[in-house]
Design a protein around this ligand. Sequence first.
Ligand code: ATP
Ligand code: MG
Ligand code: MG
Ligand code: MG
Length: 566
Amino acid sequence: MRTSQLYLSTLKEAPSEAELISHKLMLRAGLIKRLGSGLYTWMPLGLRILRKVERIVREEMDKAGAQELLMPAVQPAELWQETGRWDVFGPQMLKIKDRHERDFCFGPTHEEVITDIARNELRSYKQLPVNFYQVQTKFRDEIRPRFGVMRAREFLMKDAYSFDASFDGLKASYAKMAVAYANIFTRLGLKFRAVAADSGAIGGDGSQEFHVLADAGEDLLAYCPTSDFAANVEAAEALAPTAPRAAATETLRDVETPKQTTCEDVAALLGISIERTVKLIALVAADGQFVIALLRGDHSLNEVKLGKLAGMGDFRFATEEEIRSTFNCPPGFLGPVGIAADIKVIADRTVAAMSDFVCGANKPKFHIAGVNFGRDLPEPALVADIRNVVAGDPSPDGKGVLELCRGIEVGHIFQLGTKYSKALNATFTDVDGALKPFEMGCYGIGVSRVVGAAIEQNFDERGIKFPQAMAPFEVAIVAVGYHRSEAVKEAAEQLYAELAAAGVDVLLDDRNERPGSMFADMELIGVAHRFTIGDKGLADGVVEYVARAGGEMQKVALAEVPAFAK
Ligand code: ATP
Ligand code: MG
Ligand code: MG
Ligand code: MG
């Protein structure tokens, strides 16, 4: 490919709606264009990257014995009514009607459809095990689409579904997928961690998530550096010996990024009045319940007075000790308390839930966010991510202490068992002649999210540093003076032809631009390796080499470049 033929649309500044670095860089590099909330066009350059991810995913799925098929994106309501999920899936599901007023949805996932295939196609244990996968567009009407393709409404997922005759079979199919996933993320060149996503057992073999490690990740992970314990924080909490489970996480995690609001705004929303000297420092939640923490005086921990709303407009102040005992907080739990000039409010739904709570008689359990976001925690942080598992807690396996880190969920594997096969009456005849429901597993990868996650982990002030496997091009040849120097043109064309013939994914920058802006573009879009050809170097028979990953510029003899680039 030549830049003169490539549609490049790089920008100096990111559009202001982008908060996260990956979103900004994807827009600046012209990889994606926004169509509407959570809806993105993959431009040619971006699509090259997406396709590279897809290719690796497909290769590893095929290698693991899975078979690709393609199911419809639009699915009839009847199937979802059979499993009962039509009513319980909730507002994430985009429901649509056809011209006959029949109900459909745009698939947020495909368990129902694949189980329907299985009940019609798979009749005998002899056909098992089998694993079907697809790479298909999903639609989830996320309450707050954000971060570009990382939390989009329409996105690309690889979803696989395994069918086995027995639970042991399911465990084997699941284990194969765990290996395939590790291979995929390794080949993509990403730093990742597989974590238990349920509390079934230590090591959580019923469900695991694969997270790309990045400070901006929405998910909090707990792991033990001296053992192989690793779990998402919800699973870790359920196993933690000391801490009560925060049952509200699911709801809260899906409730969205805290929005910045002043105390006055919150007071107005709640219909209460507060003294100006009182800072409302946090809204806190667990078990679906909410309290407000208030900060007074000189903001030091000892001076902190925390209270809960005993009723609308009625504060009851309490000492730190009292709060600890009332709410069963472990020691050290309230710190560090920072000063937030503005508090973070989880928007409207929280306020509604809070009003419910403060008017009710429930005794709350809670977690205190006395935290100054941006200073104590990375932005954007969810208030709901303040947990009762903290760094230094004993690991549930008893083999050390926990550390916490942030991750972006890029994959999720799950032992479904017979949940869907029973609901849809999907059975096969086993060796003994008995009719049995399939043991199922499901396995997802957010293919489009992977691209954003990779950037979140690999960038610098000049742009994206894609790992080679995902780079839009492996090699760029920047030909400085292509349009005025025959020697440069000839050498560049020859090198380009040789690299292309050797199977290198190479981009020849043959534009008539200033070298600085050509370099800037190649760096912004994340080409992995750059060779610069200019008259001066050619006189000595050399070109300049720079790796996007970092390192010094090197001079390489022109004749050695093809071998060097391999
Ligand atoms: P999340 O917790 O981030 O909402 P999820 O647990 O709802 O994700 P799954 O149902 O496990 O998602 O779907 C499989 C994969 O699809 C996820 O691991 C993630 O990589 C990807 N994914 C889910 N929702 C989105 C989205 N809105 N945009 C992009 N990718 C997504
Ligand atoms: Mg979700
Ligand atoms: Mg999740
Ligand atoms: Mg998931």
